[in-house]
Design a protein around this ligand. Sequence first.
Ligand SMILES: [Zn+2]
Length: 339
Amino acid sequence: MARTISLPGFVNAHSHAFQRALRGRAAGGDFWAWRDGMLEDAERQTAESVRALYASTYREMHAAGYTAVGEFHYLGLDTALAAAEAAADACVAFVCVYAAYARGGLPRMRQESVAAYLGDLETLRSNGIAVAVAPHSVRACPRDWLVELGRYARDDGLPLHVHANEQPREVEESLAEHGVRPIELLADCGCLGERTTVVHATHANGAELDLLRDSDSTICVCPTTEADLGDGFLPAVRVKHRGIRLCIGSDSNVRIDPFEELRQLEGIARRQDGRRNVFATEELWEIGGANGASSLGLETWADVEVDPGHPSLAGVEEEDLRAALIAGCGADVVVAPVR
Ligand SMILES: [Zn+2]
């Protein structure tokens, strides 16, 4: 084999690996209809099916250049243990972003109390699995849960991940129930901070973005999924102007390609701003790697090898390689790891 070039690996800060099975299914007129079908698939999962499906999905991630994954897991404890085994098989560093779910969803997603949730989390930790505290959303967790979970994450120095502002309806429901928007509620409940990652923030307004900036929180943007589900666009330019840290996630795994996530992020920003290079190339690489690692509390993650002889890189000067990878390449430039 010709020489390869070693580059920092990518970190997938937000995945629901079981949703890989939904790729290509056109069902669902909008996010909520898609979610009904997704829940049917979630209901069917067993430890055995998770073990097999997640291992193949994590291998696909590894081949695409993701060397670490935060699995936002809401299928229960036995399947969380199976997911950790699957990641180990695929040689992908794994953080179980274990979801707290008080209401809605399926019975298997819910815990009876915060104490029951924390019991599961302690079991994962005692099995040597890295974890993050994850109130699923303000839709799934009431205020008192958010307060307790925020406190636990803070006291134990754990990352906290939470979905917020993916869909306008979620914002409307939060306003109806609490009189404040989702990220405002998270701030009130002590859930924002330098270890917090808000997933999506698609419909965050200026005041909410200010809260994320002031608390040094991170946003995990998942552009291929947000496009697929018709969620909307990250307010990328407003996020950039505030200096809010970003990381990426493959989320529903409709596509597993870190270059594409980064290209779409920059594409959204260019369309919003009417100019090029809103995020510098080095910044996009940080968003794809280091920022995801810090979001998940990981200190190290493996590098990847890319093939500079790949046809997509023909005619590209070496100093332009990193920019060209994001601008014009797919994950097939990553050389399959030797196993
Ligand atoms: Zn998600």
